[in-house]
Design a protein around this ligand. Structure first.
Ligand code: HEC
Ligand code: HEC
Ligand code: HEC
Ligand code: HEC
Ligand code: HEC
Ligand code: HEC
Ligand code: HEC
Length: 405
């Protein structure tokens, strides 16, 4: 029996373990060292336990995880997670007649002005994007969820018109369908569960962020088994991801990292171990390795690289610790490269000490995003790390000079 078929019967579980919820909460509170932003967890019937529960027994992983862009990729709005400026640079002018103002009046708001008349004002309710590159914002209109017209670009510290919006009119009407939330949240419950186009959600049954249970699946049964019997040493009712095939492991990340593919099944139904191509339309076109976008296809690019084609075992976790914020750790990444490329005799120039810890500067260079997203930024393009590992002679020439001590 394959690991994946050990999938949890989530509906039954919710009922079976209802009496144990109190026990679980106690555990979480007693041992959790980190203040946890209270969010509503969709416990009801689906078997989600919430990541603060995991902290009780996996404290180290939990403490690393809450600092990752994954964990922070969607949240209820608060002063600590909103990037933009609400006092000085708080205006976005689209053209001579349309502008927006971002203000704080006990809550955060966007107001649209046409010819100096305020025509529409909506609250910032949910933030999408950790702010590494930028953020978009969502608002509720009753139980319906919409994207706000103004987004934020971190690098140039400016408000921008949301990606894909026309500058000729005021848009407050872009529905946030489940497909959008699927990559930026762990769970959302749609009131019309078989309608791909519905933006009608149960507000307090959302699990924000790409949290533990996004990758590990609903884990209430695991939590309960180990809470009841703390002496259990081997993991119960949870998948060992390391034991999956290479393709299953790749699919677990490619679900969100293979670009915007047409959905074939309802969002939030994919579980680690599943075959991605039956959930999202396979991309048969050859991957364009020269143009990248912020919804980057790291999976497609990696598969196009010589390293992937010539080695049998490469997965995302060969290089990435999925629990850790590793941005800027180029030295440890270089060590992973050298795990397969022990010596650097292939170089026609000697690698100095700085180059030895910066393999990725030359072989996975930052390329300009040709992005659909944030394309209106005037100053700087968003830079994206290509995963098509290779030789970039033109870029390298310049870098060789820069990097040389
Ligand atoms: C009451 C204690 C307890 C709680 C709470 C708990 N776990 Fe575990 N977990 C364990 C033990 C014990 C193991 C086995 C030893 C180990 O790997 O640390 C384990 C192992 C795991 C493994 C490794 C599985 C494998 O075979 O490689 C994963 C993944 C995991 N837990 C995820 C979670 C998640 C996600 C949560 C929160 C939703 C959670 N755990 C909450 C006790 C707990
Ligand atoms: C449910 C969707 C989802 C899954 C599954 C997922 N990711 Fe992500 N990942 C994201 C999103 C969204 C971001 C952007 C977060 C942000 O900055 O707001 C991201 C960002 C990242 C980053 C960049 C972090 C940084 O420093 O900016 C890395 C690396 C990454 N993911 C690796 C992985 C790996 C490896 C896996 C598989 C083990 C994986 N992801 C699975 C959605 C996902
Ligand atoms: C197929 C999965 C997927 C879908 C659908 C998706 N995103 Fe993303 N998004 C990602 C990933 C992955 C990243 C990070 C990519 C990277 O770092 O290269 C990202 C990055 C972002 C960022 C920049 C985050 C940062 O700070 O770096 C924003 C903002 C964002 N997405 C908003 C949205 C919104 C709004 C929607 C829905 C209308 C959406 N995304 C739909 C996967 C997705
Ligand atoms: C982006 C996906 C992702 C997220 C989010 C995530 N994990 Fe994992 N986790 C993995 C993968 C993939 C592995 C297997 C790692 C490997 O191949 O070595 C893993 C392994 C584990 C293990 C086994 C021991 C180990 O260190 O490898 C435990 C325990 C675990 N995760 C717990 C958690 C907990 C608790 C959280 C939340 C606080 C969490 N994970 C969040 C993807 C994720
Ligand atoms: C799992 C092993 C593995 C890892 C990890 C790995 N590579 Fe490779 N790479 C290979 C193999 C195999 C080849 C084929 C040529 C060879 O045998 O050296 C290759 C080829 C290359 C090439 C030649 C590309 C071309 O177009 O001819 C470069 C450059 C390279 N790797 C750089 C890197 C860098 C930089 C890293 C770290 C970010 C890395 N590799 C990580 C296995 C790996
Ligand atoms: C300053 C830029 C630069 C840095 C830093 C750098 N390389 Fe290279 N690398 C190149 C260039 C350029 C080539 C093509 C051969 C040449 O012109 O010397 C190359 C070739 C290679 C090749 C062989 C390709 C083949 O077809 O034989 C591998 C493997 C490789 N590099 C791995 C690494 C690893 C591993 C590191 C880090 C320890 C690293 N490189 C650091 C620029 C760089
Ligand atoms: C050979 C090593 C290697 C492999 C394999 C690898 N990555 Fe990366 N990844 C890196 C490095 C190095 C960075 C740059 C980190 C930094 O900028 O500090 C990176 C950055 C990222 C980012 C942030 C991109 C950006 O433009 O900011 C995402 C997202 C990501 N990886 C996802 C993945 C996913 C998903 C997979 C599997 C399909 C994967 N990676 C496989 C080495 C790797």
């Amino acid at each position: 029996m394959s690991k994946s078929s050990k999938s949890y019967n989530v509906y039954i579980l919710g009922l079976l373990f209802l009496p144990l919820i109190y026990l679980r909460c106690d555990l979480g509170n007693k041992n959790s060292t980190t203040a946890f932003e209270p969010v509503a967890i969709a416990y009801d019937g689906l078997g989600y336990a919430g990541s603060q529960t995991c902290a009780a027994c996996h404290e180290d992983i939990y403490n690393l995880h809450i600092k990752t862009p994954h964990f922070n990729t969607s949240k209820l709005i608060s002063a600590s997670n909103i990037s933009g400026d609400f006092t000085e640079n708080n205006t976005l002018e689209l053209n001579n007649s349309i502008r927006f103002e971002m203000t704080y009046e006990n809550h955060y708001y966007q107001t649209a002005f046409k010819d100096n008349n305020a025509v529409r004002k909506e609250p910032f309710d949910i933030v999408v994007g950790s702010g590494t590159k930028g953020q978009s914002y969502l608002y509720w209109n009753d139980a319906k969820l919409y994207q706000l017209p103004v987004s934020y670009l971190t690098k140039s510290k400016q408000w921008i018109h949301s990606p894909g919006y026309s500058n000729e009119r005021i848009h407050f009407d872009r529905a946030v369908i489940p497909n959008c939330l699927e990559c930026h949240a762990t769970f959302a419950r749609n009131r019309l569960p078989s309608d791909f186009g519905s933006n009608n959600y149960v507000k307090n049954e959302m699990i924000y962020g790409v949290d533990c249970e996004s990758c590990h699946g609903p884990s209430l049964k695991h939590v309960n088994a180990h809470s009841v019997d703390p002496h259990l040493k081997s993991a119960e009712h949870i998948m060992d991801i390391k034991a999956l095939t290479q393709q299953q492991q790749l699919d677990a990340c490619a679900r969100c990292h293979s670009g915007l593919r047409k959905p074939l099944k309802m969002p939030f139904t994919f579980k680690t171990g599943d075959k991605l191509d039956s959930f999202r339309m396979p991309n048969h076109r050859p991957i364009d390795t020269t143009t990248l976008d912020v919804h980057g296809n790291q999976y497609g690019l990696l598969k196009a690289s010589v390293c992937f084609k010539k080695s049998e075992s490469l997965t995302c976790t060969t290089c990435h610790n999925p629990h850790k914020n590793e941005r800027g750790h180029s030295e440890s990444f270089s060590q992973i490269c050298m795990g397969c490329h022990q010596d650097s005799k292939n170089h026609q120039f000697p690698l100095n000490d700085r180059m030895k810890v910066n393999c990725i500067t030359c072989h996975m260079p930052l390329l300009k995003s040709s992005a659909i997203t944030f394309k209106e930024s005037k100053n700087d393009s968003v830079m994206v790390r290509t995963h098509n590992i290779g030789i970039y002679t033109d870029i390298t020439k310049g870098l060789y000079r820069d990097i040389k001590e």
